[in-house]
Design a protein around this ligand. Structure first.
Ligand SMILES: CC(=O)N[C@H]1[C@@H](OP(=O)(O)OP(=O)(O)OC[C@H]2O[C@@H](n3ccc(=O)[nH]c3=O)[C@H](O)[C@@H]2O)O[C@H](CO)[C@@H](O)[C@@H]1O[C@H](C)C(=O)N[C@@H](C)C(=O)N[C@H](CCC(=O)O)C(=O)O
Ligand SMILES: Nc1ncnc2c1ncn2[C@@H]1O[C@H](COP(=O)(O)OP(=O)(O)OP(=O)(O)O)[C@@H](O)[C@H]1O
Length: 488
């Protein structure tokens, strides 16, 4: 059992009712999970207000309530602590509860619209291959050394983050790389963590359903760098127009990486092929299996990070040539008939454009590019016409289909997408509501040399329709289609 007083260290408190010198069991923010002697943290939320569940939490055994407002009758024997920001209080308490694991080993956070998973996962691979025990907190999975745990979020809640960081220390993990989403920053999930470094990838149109304006979204990302400690490094992509802005107010040591601009860490692309890219770093030529200019940005960021963390340059470059692409990120398979299918997580207009431009860039002849793409339900609707425009404009054939419609009517999402198609591209588009059938259609249309891009779901192993998740994986589906067509 821990003492509440110790857990409250550094929490900004407005008012206390009752004793803080009490033994507590766990920190819990979901009333349905409360047990005897737990601390219930009432989060205001976005759609649901956790303050509505205070009495429920007490009835299940909570003895301490952390809240932003006291709009309920106080009960005898319960400690009530009023704070300005429950999310921030939760994050600091979670770090204290686990004895601040992030301060005990290097934890590096990656933020930006695209590239977080790729960079964090490649850093995991690189440090692993260099002989270290590594941890990873990513959208795709959580890794504590070699042990894998299921990821539910890009940046999990602060209790989960600190729990895994603590577990990493227990298992002797020496470095942790984690994704830092704008939701995570805004909801203070990373507050209370001591980062050794922060990486900025790029910023483009995304999550405006949540952040409302682009400048609000940008400033939330910037907050991550504003809060880095003096001892940390802040590494930014200086080719991105927001790269400088991100580091404007940080007290951390500033570094930059780039392909075009003068930067502390710079790479040059020498040759692009479907099987990889030849790059030059400080005059040293390195072959990488990764494809696409955006991936060379990612690679430059990881080379810079590894150097900033003290790895030797030649060792880094040797390992870089061995790195494998990340699950669902430009992952490809080739059929017996010579059709290449690429599965990519591109689910933003910018990412889709990048992937299609990359494919068009490495095409050598008259191959057709067939794109299968949809847009998620219950998420930013403004992306829909934009993504349909990009897919139809940059492909020879675009097949619009369902992504994860969630609770929305699948056909209405497709109708909104179709609004973005320019008249000259109409004849290049098809709509196939069922994703499995859409992938089959693409496989039937493709002939030797053609490239099928299946965008939006990447590594995901499910499709969510009407709130129900069923098993679905794009790479599996396209591989099955290739096999069925072979057997015909
Ligand atoms: C859409 C959204 O932003 N939701 C956030 C919002 O929740 P909400 O208001 O919708 O509702 P809620 O979490 O069900 O309830 C609010 C509070 O009441 C509590 N509650 C609720 C019901 C009950 O019976 N008892 C109870 O105590 C909940 O435990 C919670 O503390 O406020 C909560 C508290 O701050 C957040 O945890 C929650 O993020 C959830 C986990 C979420 O899924 N967010 C997504 C959008 C997210 O964070 N995504 C990013 C990546 C985005 C990307 O790059 O694509 C991520 O880092 O994963
Ligand atoms: N540096 C980059 N710049 C632009 N696009 C990128 C970059 N890296 C990857 N992408 C594209 O964006 C998609 C998502 O990549 P990744 O999963 O690494 O980003 P992310 O930031 O983790 O995104 P999310 O938080 O949505 O998972 C990839 O499938 C690829 O198409």
């Amino acid at each position: 059992m821990k003492n509440l007083k110790d857990i409250l260290y550094k929490v900004s408190i407005n008012q206390v009712f009752g004793s803080t010198d009490v033994a507590i069991n766990q920190l819990v923010f979901d009333s349905r999970k409360v047990k005897k002697n737990d601390v219930f943290i009432a989060q205001k939320g976005v759609n649901v207000d956790g303050h509505l569940y205070v009495d429920k939490a007490i009835s299940l055994g909570a003895t301490v309530i952390i809240c932003e407002k006291i709009s309920f009758d106080k009960q005898e024997g319960i400690t009530y602590i009023r704070v300005n920001d429950s999310n921030a209080a939760l994050a600091i308490m979670a770090a204290n509860f686990y004895d601040n694991p992030s301060a005990k080993f290097p934890v590096v956070g990656v933020t930006g619209t695209n590239g977080k998973t790729t960079i964090a996962s490649l850093l995991y691979q690189l440090f692993n291959k260099a002989g270290y025990k590594v941890g990873l907190l990513s959208t795709v999975k959580i890794l504590v050394d070699e042990t894998e745990y299921k990821a539910t979020h890009t940046t999990p809640d602060s209790i989960t983050i600190n729990h895994y960081l603590d577990l990493m220390l227990e298992e002797g993990v020496e470095y942790c790389f984690m994704e830092v989403s704008s939701h995570g920053i805004h909801q203070k999930r990373t507050e209370g963590l001591t980062f050794t470094g922060g990486i900025f990838t790029n910023l483009s149109h995304d999550h405006l359903d949540y952040h409302k304006t682009f400048s609000e979204y940008r400033d939330v990302k910037k907050e991550f760098f504003d809060n880095l400690p003096k001892s940390a490094f802040a590494l930014t992509n200086i080719d991105d127009k927001n790269g400088n802005y991100m580091l404007q107010n940080t007290q951390a040591k500033k570094y930059s990486y780039a392909l075009k601009t003068v930067a502390d860490f710079k790479a040059k692309i020498l040759e692009k092929q479907i099987s990889g890219t030849l790059i030059s770093i400080d005059g040293i030529e390195v072959w990488t299996k990764l494809i696409g200019v955006f991936n060379i940005y990612n690679l430059t960021a990881i080379i810079a990070t590894a150097e900033l963390l003290g790895l030797e340059k030649f060792e880094i470059l040797r390992i870089v040539s061995e790195l494998e692409s990340v699950s669902g990120r430009f992952q490809y398979t080739i059929s017996d008939d010579g059709v290449t299918a690429i599965v990519d997580y591109a689910h933003t207009p910018d990412a889709l454009k990048n992937v299609l431009e990359t494919i068009n860039d490495i095409r050598t002849g008259n191959e057709q590019v067939i794109t299968v793409v949809g847009c998620g339900g219950d998420r930013d609707k403004t992306k829909r016409p934009k993504m349909a425009h990009i897919a139809s404009h940059l492909s020879n054939q675009a097949i619009f289909t369902s992504d994860n419609p969630r609770t929305e009517e699948p056909q209405s999402i497709l109708d909104e997408m179709e609004l973005g198609v320019s008249p000259e591209n109409y004849k290049k588009t098809l709509t196939v509501l069922d994703r499995r059938q859409a992938i089959k259609t693409a496989c039937k249309l493709a002939v030797n040399g053609d490239i099928i891009l299946i965008a939006g779901k990447g590594h995901e192993s499910y499709q969510e329709i009407n709130g129900v998740r069923s098993h679905f994986n794009d790479l599996e589906e396209v591989s099955n289609c290739f096999n069925q067509l072979k057997n015909k």
